[in-house]
Design a protein around this ligand. Structure first.
Ligand SMILES: NC(=O)C1=CN([C@@H]2O[C@H](COP(=O)(O)OP(=O)(O)OC[C@H]3O[C@@H](n4cnc5c(N)ncnc54)[C@H](O)[C@@H]3O)[C@@H](O)[C@H]2O)C=CC1
Ligand SMILES: CC(=O)C(=O)O
Ligand SMILES: [Mg+2]
Length: 439
């Protein structure tokens, strides 16, 4: 079952033993996926609960609502609310103040005339900006909207909810202020020029959901021209987390990754970076396929082997990674016994993990589990802490190893809400950056 929609059922349930179980049993028997349950009100005779449920589609919602309504005995659905939309009302982020302004004294300290002295101190020694402004703790989240998740070129404004999401994750996990920057151009010259002109307000630049191939040139040029860390998350954040998941799977399965055959389906931003990361890690056989000739050429130039079809990848690989944005691209019949399958496209994977496991895969995961959220917050926190001017391969490999070390035996990756993983990635990246600086 592919769950595409989340709804919250607001249900009033008379306090009779077994009543709540009847509601849950309808949800289970209809194969909807039960999520969080919150008690909204305990009355004298009945309780109102907010039950979060994932459904396949609108018809699925209607079926479950109808069946719960038919239970009788006073069980009543008061509302079916869309909490995902509600969570986005007014946006998910805002710029706040770190200082309270309650008196004229505060006003003079925080703003004029006091602020002028701080400006002059920075004018005299620009390094002071690191201590007296938030620049060193702020990262620009830059998109041109051309590869928003697997939704494609939907434009930067439609992509804003994703950028706000990344900013919320930065703040919650590592205390970085993420500022979305929406570009209405994809032309590499214009993108590079724009970011060059605004970069002074930021301690780092996170490129997000910029499609291939222009993402490669944009990142390379910005890395070369700016003296702050620049990272395209869909390339390197994804490659770090994918390497970590593969290493954990190999550890559990007793497989030597260097000797394993890895097949990558889709050689865009995420796919090519995953191949390059695996090759840099020492994997000898990395195969890849893509519809685009240019994408295949890029893999060849990076040292990987091009194969023509998805079938060939599925037939010959011990480990398969897919980042095409194409839902259901991998069929159950193509899965080989004992394969490790990471179908990472969001919002819908190339094959659902339950299907892949049913078809004989030893490990299977989708992009909700193996997600760059485990990497980018700590990578930037570590780089900013070390005041690194760039994010290097050793820093990325250190991040991947920290994720592996934070993973419980038998799991592929840690839970994204486990604060320890973000601390571990931060520390590993900072250490690797400092080692690099010392060399
Ligand atoms: N789980 C995670 O953390 C992440 C997941 N992704 C997902 O990966 C997908 C791709 O993202 P990007 O690499 O940024 O996009 P992209 O547009 O740069 O790359 C997609 C590539 O897939 C290729 N492709 C499309 N259909 C194909 C097919 N039938 N066979 C072979 N190749 C095919 C395209 O030619 C293109 O080269 C998206 O769905 C995105 O959500 C991306 C980054 C992180
Ligand atoms: C997770 C992410 O960055 C993506 O799907 O594009
Ligand atoms: Mg992305």
């Amino acid at each position: 079952m592919e769950y595409s929609v989340i709804r919250n059922l607001i249900v009033e349930i008379p306090q009779v033993p077994g009543n709540f179980a009847k509601v849950v049993s309808v949800i289970g028997s209809e194969l909807a996926d039960l999520g969080d349950i919150e008690t909204l009100k305990i009355g004298t005779h009945s309780t109102i609960r907010d039950i979060s449920v994932q459904f396949e589609d609108e018809a699925h919602i209607e079926r479950v609502v109808e069946k719960i309504s038919q239970l009788g005995g006073g069980i009543m659905i008061h509302a079916v609310s869309d909490d995902v939309l509600k969570a986005h009302e007014g946006g998910k982020i805002h710029m706040g103040s770190r200082r309270e302004i309650r008196s004229l004294g505060d006003l003079r300290r925080v703003y004029t005339p006091g602020v002028a002295n701080v400006c002059k101190a920075i004018e005299k020694d620009p390094e002071q900006a690191h201590y007296f402004t938030g620049i060193g703790n702020t990262v620009a989240i830059v998109t041109d909207g051309t590869a928003i998740l697997g939704l494609g070129d939907i434009g930067p404004v439609a992509g804003m909810p994703v950028m706000e999401g990344k900013a919320a994750l930065f703040d919650q996990f590592v205390g970085i202020s993420g500022v979305p920057i929406l570009l209405d151009t994809s032309d590499p010259d214009q993108v590079v020029e724009t970011i060059k002109h605004i970069h002074k307000g930021y301690g780092g630049i996170l490129l997000e959901d910029i499609g291939s191939p222009h993402c490669f040139e944009i990142e390379d040029r910005l890395k070369a021209e700016l003296d702050v860390p620049v990272m395209h998350d869909d390339q390197h954040g994804t490659a770090v987390v994918t390497l970590a998941a593969i290493l954990s799977a190999c550890r559990t399965a007793g497989v030597d990754l260097a000797k394993a055959k890895v097949g990558q389906i889709g050689l865009g931003a995420a796919g090519l970076a995953i191949c390059r990361m695996l090759l840099a890690y020492g994997v000898e056989e990395v195969y890849g396929s893509d519809l685009s000739q240019d994408a295949r050429d890029r893999l060849r130039k990076s040292g990987g082997t091009v194969v023509s079809t998805v079938d060939e990848i599925m037939e010959n690989s011990d480990i398969v990674v897919a980042t095409t944005g194409v839902q259901g691209l991998i069929k159950k019949e193509q899965v080989r016994e004992g394969q490790i399958i990471l179908a990472l496209s969001n919002p819908h994977p190339e094959i659902r993990p339950d299907e892949a496991l049913e078809a004989g895969a030893a490990f299977a995961a989708d992009g909700r589990l193996v997600n760059n959220v485990l990497g980018f917050p700590g990578i930037f926190r570590g780089a900013l802490n070390a005041r690194a001017k760039e994010i290097t391969y050793p820093m990325l490999i250190a991040a991947a190893q920290a994720i592996v070390d934070s993973t419980r035996e038998g799991d592929l990756v840690p839970h994204p809400l486990d604060p320890n993983v973000h601390v571990a990635v931060t520390e590993a990246v900072e250490r690797a950056a400092n080692t690099g600086l010392a060399q």
